[in-house]
Design a protein around this ligand. Structure first.
Ligand SMILES: C[C@@]1(CC(=O)O)C2=NC(=C\c3[nH]c(c(CCC(=O)O)c3CC(=O)O)Cc3[nH]c(c(CC(=O)O)c3CCC(=O)O)/C=C3\N/C(=C\2)[C@@H](CCC(=O)O)[C@]3(C)CC(=O)O)/[C@H]1CCC(=O)O
Ligand SMILES: NC(=O)c1ccc[n+]([C@@H]2O[C@H](COP(=O)([O-])OP(=O)(O)OC[C@H]3O[C@@H](n4cnc5c(N)ncnc54)[C@H](O)[C@@H]3O)[C@@H](O)[C@H]2O)c1
Length: 286
């Protein structure tokens, strides 16, 4: 923030911290096996967590039954929550059960052990809330109304999803790969090289359209790095894509013709008319 900017202190409260929590290899305990639990399980599996599920087999959601058969990252106990031993070695707890007293008891046990806990649909018993999610490739968007209206969050996420550029997920994937290749070519953390890397990546992302970034392949990335990074410049898409004909990309598209301005058209017609008349008169005199 610039030093002379006015600080809006009123906006510095009343929200929640939005993060992308890294759960890879962490142990998440899910208590309950219904509809809500099945959504929670999906969400944490996407984040590469190791899931322990405690819920009686009767009433287990169909999707959860399928996941138990297909993923080796789930451990299942066909019973109800049994108390403190169930919390040993656990990094996060998610409960989704139809029993408020047990939910409250589990929350207290977690808080005493400083284990972050979400009790589905009981905000005061949540250290963090879930939100409505949009995922396409590595792009993840969460819509949260901070507890005010989960249904509106779900409806808004549909609207946002509908207007996202079609290949935005591919673009993010490809830029991730390009950054990986750049780091191999110019390794090191921080310092001058770090600054130059960041500046160049910012320039590439700003100069290229999402559609063009999405069509980057290994050969194009090499060319972009050879002709761009090595000379501290950002080549144009056409320079990198060459003769390649990609679908609807800037490389394949002829530059879009500007829509004709009817007013300019009339002026041009008038001038052409004047020129023709002048030529005709001059020719007659001659
Ligand atoms: C977004 C989503 C994510 C997910 O759960 O994965 C989510 N709830 C979803 C759906 C949903 N939940 C409810 C309805 C019925 C309509 C309605 O009540 O509005 C619907 C809609 C439906 O069913 O269609 C009932 C409800 N929810 C909460 C309460 C308790 C309360 O408000 O006090 C009550 C009972 C109120 C009562 O008894 O009257 C509380 C929470 N629900 C949250 C998340 C957290 C805040 C999210 C935010 O701030 O935006 C928070 C605070 C805690 C948490 O659970 O993490 C998911 C949509 C996913 C999607 O479709 O994309
Ligand atoms: N499903 C929704 O969209 C929705 C909407 C609003 C509120 N909720 C609330 O979210 C919670 C869960 O919803 P749901 O639809 O998944 O419920 P559900 O009734 O389908 O499932 C509850 C699950 O919890 C298990 N369970 C109950 N006590 C248990 C215990 N002590 N230990 C382990 N497992 C236990 C049951 O066997 C069952 O699998 C409920 O409190 C519900 O009121 C859900």
């Amino acid at each position: 923030m610039p030093l002379d900017a006015t600080l809006d202190t009123a906006s510095l409260s009343g929200g929640s911290l939005l993060l992308a929590w890294q759960l890879k290899g962490k142990r998440v305990l899910v208590v309950g096996g219904g509809n809500v639990a099945s959504g929670r399980i999906e969400s944490v599996l996407v984040a590469d967590a190791l899931v322990t599920l405690i819920a009686p087999r009767s009433g287990l959601h169909k999707m959860t039954e399928q996941l138990l058969e297909t993923t080796d990252r789930m451990t299942y106990h066909d019973r109800v929550f049994a108390g403190p031993p169930d919390l040993e070695g656990v990094d996060m707890v998610l409960t989704a059960i139809d029993d408020v007293d047990t939910s409250r008891a589990i929350c207290e046990l977690c808080r005493a052990r400083r284990i972050p806990v979400n009790v589905a649909d009981i905000p005061p018993l949540c250290d963090f809330y879930f939100g409505s999610q949009i995922r396409t490739g590595p792009l993840q968007i969460m819509i949260s109304t901070n507890g005010q209206s989960p249904k509106l969050a779900a409806l808004l996420s549909k609207r946002i999803e509908a207007v996202l550029p079609e290949n935005v997920g591919d673009a993010v994937t490809k830029v991730g790969q390009l950054r990986g290749k750049l780091r191999e070519r110019a390794p090191g953390v921080g310092g001058e090289v770090g600054k130059r890397r960041m500046r160049w990546m910012v320039d590439v992302c700003t100069a290229w359209d999402l559609e063009d970034l999405a069509m980057l392949d290994d050969t194009m990335m090499e060319k972009l790095l050879n002709d761009g990074w090595e000379y501290n410049r950002v080549p144009r898409v056409q320079e990198v894509a060459g003769e390649r004909k990609a679908n609807g990309t800037a490389a394949a598209r002829p530059p879009a013709a500007k829509p004709a301005n009817p007013f300019l058209g009339h002026i041009a017609g008038f001038l052409l008319g004047v020129a023709c008349t002048a030529i005709a008169l001059l020719a007659r005199r001659a």
